[in-house]
Design a binder for this molecule. Structure first.
Ligand code: ATR
Length: 262
């Protein structure tokens, strides 16, 4: 029988993970079956238990279960502990293990664009789960200063105070969205504004050399403004592929080349 994998979420129809994992499997010659699992909002842990009891090898976790997956794992990678969210599950010696590959997916996607993260100053707009997941991998990849700008300043301040110790190699600070200014190597949009069709305003006092939008396939006022300034831009499909490749390599011990799937 093929090795069994799945992505679990609610809703789940929109997930691109099965097609990505089947493409990686075809490229690497691994025989697997990767399905979508819709869990009831109160049925996550039961669904995970059943999947592994039936011989499942690995699971990806998506909205809204990443924090619950984090709480349920007996063993966590360092980056999952820091993110306080898990998107990749597997069993080892009968014990549930969890990792978070989202941030490394972003770093790998940025590297695939040949953008350099060494010694960089980064502005991240947004202070939700998406931001929390990427800070530590960005610092490990060489970011030396990260400013988190958020509509609700207190949330950005909380994030900084939670993560400061874990990323002490870098300088972390919080500002309100109205205070956007200064010069950065990268600006990353980690808000859900493009998903809800809201507009973000990037003032002229803010300057940057690269712009990365975490959403993909949606109109983005953030990317439009960045493009109008003539800076290199990218959207989050690469990050999606990057996190999937990382999960795939954890489970299968083989790492497909990101550039083959962009
Ligand atoms: P995720 O887990 O994807 O990060 P989230 O936790 O709901 O999602 O966080 C969404 C982020 O987008 C938050 O930083 C939110 O700002 P607030 O903390 O002030 O709510 C931000 N966001 C959503 N819509 C926005 C908008 N129209 N303008 C600016 N920021 C927005």
């Amino acid at each position: 029988m093929s090795k069994q994998f799945a992505v679990i979420g609610n809703p789940i129809e929109q997930s691109r993970s099965p097609e990505l994992h089947h493409a990686f499997a075809a490229k690497t010659g691994i025989d697997l079956c990767y399905s979508k699992r819709l869990a009831a909002l109160d049925g996550f842990s039961e669904s995970v238990e059943r999947f592994f009891a039936e011989g499942g090898i690995g699971m990806n976790v998506t909205v809204p279960f990443k924090e619950q997956a984090f709480s349920q794992c007996a063993v966590l990678t360092e980056r999952a502990q820091i993110a306080k969210a898990v998107n990749t599950l597997w069993m080892e010696n009968g014990v549930l293990h969890g990792d978070n590959t989202d941030g490394q997916g972003l770093v790998d996607a940025i590297h695939a664009l040949d953008w350099n993260l060494e010694n960089t100053d980064i502005l991240i707009i947004g202070a939700g789960g998406a931001t929390r997941g990427v800070i530590y991998p960005l610092v490990k990849a060489g970011a030396k200063k990260i400013v988190i700008a958020n509509r609700t300043l207190a949330r950005a301040e909380q994030l900084v105070s939670d993560l400061k110790e874990a990323v002490h190699e870098a300088e972390l600070s919080a500002i309100a969205l109205e205070q956007l200014e200064g010069q950065f190597d990268f600006v990353i949009n980690a808000t859900s504004a493009s998903l809800t069709g809201d507009t973000l305003i990037l003032p002229e006092t803010l300057q940057f050399k690269h712009a990365y939008e975490m959403a993909y396939g949606k109109p983005s006022s953030f990317l439009e403004q960045a493009k109008a300034r003539g800076v290199p831009t990218a959207e989050g499909y690469g990050m999606l592929v990057g996190q999937a490749i990382k999960s795939f390599s954890i489970w299968n011990g083989v790492k497909p080349n990101l550039k083959d799937f962009l």
